[in-house]
Design a protein around this ligand. Structure first.
Ligand SMILES: [Zn+2]
Length: 491
């Protein structure tokens, strides 16, 4: 008995020692570089640039639910505006219009042996809901400059990115900069409805011409503030993957008839059981993918108990998973999510429906696929009276490939972040929504998703919502970032 007691004590001491050693030796993965001179001193005039962006916001390049209807006039006006506002770009870059409305600019590099880099952005925006128009501080397509902000649709998503890229190139051309590698600017016109006519066609063109990029950089993640960052300080998150999308229909069947003599369980009851079972038994969570990578980067920057837990993932993996699953925002990072979105049954209050249907939308984690989702749904529901199938005519796309986070290019992104945004943590991460990037998987080694602006938690919620805005200061830094990145990758 005494021996056992001693053994337990020794084991405990060893365990505590290992935990402490792991925590103390948990090395930071953050790069240390000297920041470059701040925006103001490098002659990026953020106010003038903001005025140019404001004019672009005024053009309602709206993508609607009806995917093949574009605001052709606004898109063509935007093409013309760009030509007038960026004369050096217009004169010195080769411009190609793809599928009538999308744009591809080529800035030839001096060394044709180097793989090009492609910067992506999109020209279209989502509409502003009619019901919410009165809630806007400034009309959504007014492009108002006020209170230090640029206001309107596209200020954050994604005209600021397109324009900041153009500003950066114009600025470098004015300094007679000649890139070593070729740089492309690729602007799709239908990202908000999937990019099939825009980004997909640009990528097709690149494939045809055997243009294969070292990497693409697109929207996706941003620099989140301390409040939102798990490490409690501003953190630049570069998306290295994005989730997939599939919807599954559930149809429960039962005896229909008069509601005065019902069966014990109705079609609606059966369906309700099935839905509850799905919500209670979700797809398994995992820290193996891009989100696990994120915690490898920011774990060492945490403090106290949190740091200890992440330094000892071998021991605390379950604890970490449970705590991430407790919040919906972090749960979505580590598993395929289950969301019941449509429900249909019954025609009259005294008629028992013979069938009830529901649609469940899944956002697929890299590592899972649609067939696994379907198998999971069948296993959990396990009822012959409930049929299960992929929803017809709805979008179905796999999770993207996971891009590398240990390449020289990725380090180049980190270096640029640290140069322009000192005191900001850097990490790879997972994009929960969709971007144009997925169309470029076959024409680039890696696809990175990052908008270089620092934004508050509150402002982040305005994307696709009311009062979308970007501070002029953040816009200036954005231009600075792209300019520096172009120098870093092409000097
Ligand atoms: Zn966007």
């Amino acid at each position: 008995m005494k021996k056992l007691y001693i053994a337990i004590v020794i084991l405990f001491v060893v365990l505590v020692t290992v935990i402490i050693i792991n925590t103390v030796s948990y090395q930071s993965r953050q790069m240390i570089v000297a920041p470059v001179a701040p925006v103001a001193t490098i002659a990026v005039d953020a106010n003038k640039a903001a005025q140019r962006l404001a004019l672009a916001i005024q053009l309602p390049t709206i993508s609607n639910q009806q995917v093949d209807v574009f605001n052709a006039k606004a898109l063509l006006q935007l093409h013309g505006l760009i030509e007038r506002q960026f004369p050096l770009v217009a004169a010195q870059l080769e411009r190609r219009v793809i599928n009538n409305y999308s744009l591809l600019y080529q800035w030839p590099g001096a060394n044709p042996d180097l793989k090009p880099v492609t910067f992506l952005a999109h020209m279209d925006v989502v509409p502003a809901e009619v019901e919410s128009l009165t809630l806007w501080s400034y009309a959504p397509f007014s492009g108002t400059l006020a209170e230090g902000f640029i206001w309107g649709r596209g200020a954050m998503d994604d005209k600021s990115s397109m324009y900041a890229l153009l500003e950066a190139v114009e600025h470098l051309l004015a300094q007679s900069f000649v890139p070593q590698r070729t740089l492309y600017l690729a602007f799709g016109h239908d990202e908000e409805v999937g990019g099939a006519q825009g980004a997909a066609k640009i990528a097709e063109y690149m494939q045809e011409k055997s243009i294969h990029s070292l990497f693409t950089l697109d929207e996706g993640m941003v620099i989140v503030d301390a409040q939102l960052s798990p490490a409690k300080q501003a953190t630049a998150i570069v998306g290295i993957a994005e989730k997939g999308y599939v919807s599954v229909s559930l149809t429960a069947k039962a005896q229909g008839g008069h509601s005065s003599i019902p069966d014990k369980i109705s079609a609606i009851g059966l369906l309700a059981e099935a839905i509850l079972a799905l919500e209670e038994n979700q797809m398994p969570a995992s820290l193996d993918g891009p989100s696990g990578k994120m915690f490898e980067f920011i774990g060492p920057e945490m403090t106290g108990v949190q740091k200890m837990v992440f330094a000892n993932r071998w021991l605390f993996n379950q604890v970490i998973l449970s705590s991430l699953l407790a919040k919906k925002s972090t749960a979505a990072l580590i598993r395929t999510t289950t969301a019941v979105t449509l429900l249909q049954a019954g025609v009259k209050e005294n008629v028992l429906p013979s069938q009830a249907t529901a649609v469940v939308n899944f956002r697929i984690l890299p590592g899972n696929d649609a067939q696994q989702v379907l198998a999971h749904v069948s296993k959990v529901i396990d009822n012959d009276n409930v049929s299960i199938s992929f929803t017809k005519n709805s979008v179905k796309k796999p999770a993207s490939l996971v891009s590398a986070s240990d390449t020289p290019e990725f380090l180049m992104l980190e270096k640029t972040v640290k140069q322009i945004f000192p005191n900001t943590l850097f990490t790879p991460g997972l994009v929960l929504g969709g971007t144009d990037s997925r169309h470029y998987e076959t024409v680039a080694d890696n696809n990175y998703r990052f908008l270089p602006y620092q934004v508050s938690n509150e402002d982040l919620a305005r994307v696709h919502g009311v009062d979308e805005r970007l501070s002029i200061k953040a816009y200036g830094q954005m231009i600075q970032f792209y300019r520096q990145l172009m120098l870093n990758v092409a000097q």
